[in-house]
Design a protein around this ligand. Structure first.
Ligand SMILES: C[S@@+](CC[C@H](N)C(=O)[O-])C[C@H]1O[C@@H](n2cnc3c(N)ncnc32)[C@H](O)[C@@H]1O
Length: 251
């Protein structure tokens, strides 16, 4: 569905909020506490390296707090903020300091943090500009903003590996990459997650408009633990599932 048309529905905030209340236990079982190879082998090391030396970190959309705890182990003072009560209940049980709020209205003073982390959240968020404005507001000048996304080029609706048995070929079919839209994707049996698709330039340019300058970018190959699970796709290592953007708050 077209993103602007979805945003004109009065019930859209409820639809998005409810989806994470419903899906929190699915997420926690499949992606936290060591259950997911991509988090263990790739995301946690990238976050640790990208925010090394940070003192006060906001993990926005932090879910059960698994990444905040990695940074806390390295000595940072961390806060997990999420709009899902179910995620934060687990975050607190697992030892994180947690705040229930939306990323579009952060309950923190200006320049409260020297780093903000957002991992696999903005592709579920409609209010991109509001969230980026809030990130810029709560960051001190020179502060780091580390953004991890499902790579937009792979997450484009209608994309995926095609197995052409007749030609003996496998290739990646790319859907309408430039069209911004939202889809409820069935990511597991009876698990529906709202996915917002935007081209990469939207993230970079709209962050820049808010005072966040891109200073680095990574497109890592999938880690061995993921490749082992997808061994029917010969070229899986040549397609980056993850996009990592490093921004700095301009003074
Ligand atoms: C895929 S999970 C990622 C959790 C965590 N960042 C991680 O990497 O383990 C997405 C999280 O974003 C949260 N979320 C979605 N929209 C949000 C919003 N507008 N404000 C705050 N959190 C939001 C959801 O509740 C969910 O916990």
């Amino acid at each position: 569905m077209d993103l602007e048309a979805f945003r004109s529905l009065p019930e859209w905030p409820l639809i998005l909020r409810e989806s994470w209340e419903t899906n929190a236990s699915w997420w926690q079982a499949g992606f936290t506490e060591g259950s997911d190879a991509e988090y263990e082998e790739q995301i946690k090391p990238i976050v640790r390296l990208g925010l090394r030396g940070a003192h006060r970190v906001l993990d926005l959309g932090g879910g059960d707090g698994q990444l905040a705890r990695v940074l806390a182990d390295d000595g940072a003072d961390t806060v997990v903020l999420d709009s899902s009560h179910a995620q934060l209940t687990t975050a607190r049980i697992r030892g994180s300091s947690a705040v229930l709020a939306t990323g579009a209205a952060l309950p923190f003073q200006n320049r409260s943090f020297d780093a903000v982390l957002i991992c696999l959240v903005l592709e579920h968020v409609i209010e991109l500009d509001e969230v980026l404005a809030e990130v810029a507001r709560v960051l001190e000048a020179g502060g780091r903003f580390l953004l991890l996304l499902n790579h937009p080029i792979l997450q484009t609706p209608g994309s995926g590996f095609i197995d052409d048995v007749e030609l003996g070929e496998q290739y990646w079919r790319l859907g309408p990459y430039l069209r911004e839209d939202i889809q409820m994707e069935e990511v597991d049996a009876q698990v529906f997650v709202p996915f917002v698709h935007r081209p990469l330039s939207q993230y970079v340019n709209r962050a820049s408009d808010r005072g966040l300058t891109l200073v680095g970018m990574e497109e890592p190959a999938p880690p061995p633990g993921f490749v082992a699970r997808a061994d029917e796709y010969r070229q899986v290592q040549e397609y980056p599932r993850l996009l990592v953007l490093h921004f700095e708050r301009r003074p």
